[in-house]
Write a protein that binds this ligand. Structure first.
Ligand code: G1P
Length: 296
């Protein structure tokens, strides 16, 4: 089995759920405390041993590449002013990843976005991280999933249990729970309007074989008039075992206002520089029961 080293980040969406903030600024660049949302996903991939990182971009998203690029002038100025802490923070970001960028020229959906990475991925298994889905976990979510992939050699996607009312907002899987957080998937459906096959929702982490690309090429427009990744995966399920993994951790939808606010609060409370003062502030608003360590 070829080792897993590649991760694809679809970053081409308009960010309409966050207008007007994302009219010009890519939604992936909105900060959660002091790092852009995408950086959390990049750090998760690196922390899971993946170092070939591909971003699928559209017009107006160049700030993403700039963020992870060197900024010689800024670094020189910080050096001259002996701002060593800031310098090391800037250097860490500029050197953490060499991103490969590919373009999605038309907003035709997630499946189409992933297909644009076909040549850059090559004939190897790869992960997909949807940057909006930020996951706070003791162990990176992709690393948790990677173990299942390495043991089975089969596709693995992240799952989370949701309420009956929420099933219309996600890809929902059919199949049975095997235990040990593993789920054997027999089918899946994108945003079912009625009769969801389970309460297990697909969350934006996937480990897939390159065989998914020819399936994506054949996938027609589905839910919302878009080429859906879920529809191609549905075909992949028919070719052999396919696993879900109910990850340990808390997931936020940072691509919409309320989810973003929740993530901001939880990440701020855990932040080494501002966490303790932020907690004191929240306590001044709500009383003393702001817990020390918010996860789950
Ligand atoms: C995408 C996927 C969906 C998944 C969701 C998780 O939908 O198509 O299957 O449940 O991400 O965030 P989107 O939220 O991009 O519409």
């Amino acid at each position: 089995m070829t080792a897993l080293r590649t991760c694809v980040f679809p970053c081409a969406g308009f960010g309409t759920r966050f207008f007007p903030a994302t009219k010009v600024i890519p939604k992936e660049m909105l900060p959660l405390v002091d790092k852009p949302i995408l950086q959390y996903g990049i750090e998760e991939a690196l922390g899971s041993g993946l170092d070939k990182l591909i971003v699928v971009m559209s017009k107006g998203k160049d700030a993403i590449l700039d963020h992870f690029d060197r900024t010689a002038e800024l670094e020189r100025s910080l050096q001259e002013r002996k701002k060593n802490d800031l310098l090391s923070e800037v250097e860490t970001v500029s050197t953490m990843a060499d991103l490969i960028s590919v373009r999605q020229k038309e907003a035709l959906g997630l499946g189409h976005a992933v297909l644009q990475a076909k040549d850059a991925v090559g004939n190897e298994p790869f992960a997909v991280v949807l940057p909006d889905d930020v996951i706070l976990a003791n162990e990176p979510c992709l690393l948790q999933m990677r173990r299942v992939f390495e043991e089975t050699g089969r596709p693995v996607i992240a799952l989370m249990e949701v309420s009956a009312a929420e099933t219309t907002r996600y890809g929902i899987v059919a199949g049975n729970m095997l235990g040990n957080r593993r789920f054997h998937i027999t089918d899946m459906v994108e945003k079912p309007k009625v009769n969801p096959p389970s309460h297990y929702a697909i969350i934006g982490r996937y480990i897939l074989p390159p065989d998914v690309f020819p399936l994506l090429e054949k996938t027609e427009r589905g839910a919302g008039g878009e080429i859906q990744l879920t529809d191609a995966l549905r075909e992949l399920v028919r070719t052999g075992d396919f696993y879900g993994y109910v990850f340990e951790g808390k997931r936020y939808d940072a691509g919409e206002k309320l989810g973003y606010l929740k993530a901001t609060v939880d990440y701020a409370l855990r932040h080494p520089a501002v966490g303790s003062e932020f907690r004191t502030y929240l306590q001044s608003l709500f009383g003393n029961d702001v817990p020390k360590n918010r996860q789950n």
